[in-house]
Design a protein around this ligand. Structure first.
Ligand SMILES: *[C@@H]1O[C@H](CO)[C@@H](O)[C@H](O)[C@H]1NC(C)=O
Ligand SMILES: *[C@@H]1O[C@H](CO)[C@@H](O)[C@H](O)[C@H]1NC(C)=O
Ligand SMILES: *[C@@H]1O[C@H](CO)[C@@H](O)[C@H](O)[C@H]1NC(C)=O
Length: 236
């Protein structure tokens, strides 16, 4: 009996795992984010990139066509890449970058489950919009922790349903300057840029522009001390 159950569980796990092909076409285009136009990296014409939805155990082929006028790589944040280090996407370490107008195939196994994201991993391109959510549904053999929260069967079932129907919620900061413009400004000034223009939820948000008087009022005494007789200014 025990071994029959084990076989059935294995079968269930095997049956839900599949080979998944996911292709992204990266382009460098003018796009409106926070109501303001700037050049960003679009993934299949959109920002943020489309969701990669998987089942635990899936074999994933992630094809990148780099239509941008610069090199890129893609990293799969939190994915362990056991046995597939060449698919980790770290430019200069696990791969040479993907040249403009050429492609590259990442191949890895979704051994884990849960929420992750893919993102650019070459220079500062993460800030140019190349990222999208990954969700890996746990295998049916994974024990749910929901009974630790409640002993009510209806509530447990509601949590199981909610877990099966999750939608990605991607939080990010956003700048109106491109990553290379920020890099140039940092080199010219010798100061790291910490400021962002907006906080985004699934790529949506707004920019608040403070007047110089409001900025002055918000400047802390410690900041004033390091500024001499200068004032903080709006970043863009
Ligand atoms: C990528 O997108 C660009 C712009 O829409 C299009 O011209 C090109 O054919 C696409 N390439 C691939 C490989 O899908
Ligand atoms: C882009 O990547 C290719 C292939 O890895 C490399 O030969 C080339 O030097 C890179 N170009 C730049 C501008 O870094
Ligand atoms: C700030 O301005 C005052 C008045 O013009 C001057 O006396 C002082 O030296 C300045 N401080 C710095 C750090 O430049």
């Amino acid at each position: 009996m025990g071994s029959l159950l084990f076989l059935l569980l294995c079968f269930t796990e095997w049956a839900s795992a599949a080979t998944v092909y996911f292709a992204v076409n990266l382009t460098w285009a003018t796009h409106t984010v926070t109501g303001v136009d700037r050049e960003i990296i679009l993934t299949n014409g959109q920002y943020p990139g489309p969701e990669l939805r998987l089942n635990q155990g899936d074999d994933v082929y992630f094809d990148v066509y780099n239509g941008c006028p610069f090199n890129v790589t893609v990293h799969f944040h939190g994915i362990e890449q056991i046995g597939t280090p060449w698919s980790d996407g770290v430019s200069g370490m696990s791969q040479t970058p993907i040249d403009s107008y050429s492609d590259f195939r990442y191949h890895w196994k979704a051994d884990q489950y849960g929420a992750y994201f893919y993102h650019a991993h070459h220079r500062g391109q993460l800030e140019d919009g190349l990222y999208g959510p990954i969700y890996i549904t746990p295998s049916s053999t994974v024990t749910k922790p929901f009974s630790l929260i409640t002993s009510d069967n209806d509530e447990v079932q509601a949590m199981i349903n909610a877990e099966e129907n999750t939608s990605p919620l991607l939080l990010s900061d956003w700048r109106l300057l491109t990553s290379e413009q920020i890099w140039d400004a940092e080199e010219a000034s010798g100061v790291d840029a910490f400021c962002a223009n907006a906080l985004l939820i699934n790529g949506k948000g707004s920019v608040t522009c403070f007047s110089q008087d409001e900025i002055n009022a918000l400047t802390t005494p410690a900041q004033k001390g390091t500024l001499g007789n200068e004032t903080l200014t709006d970043i863009a």
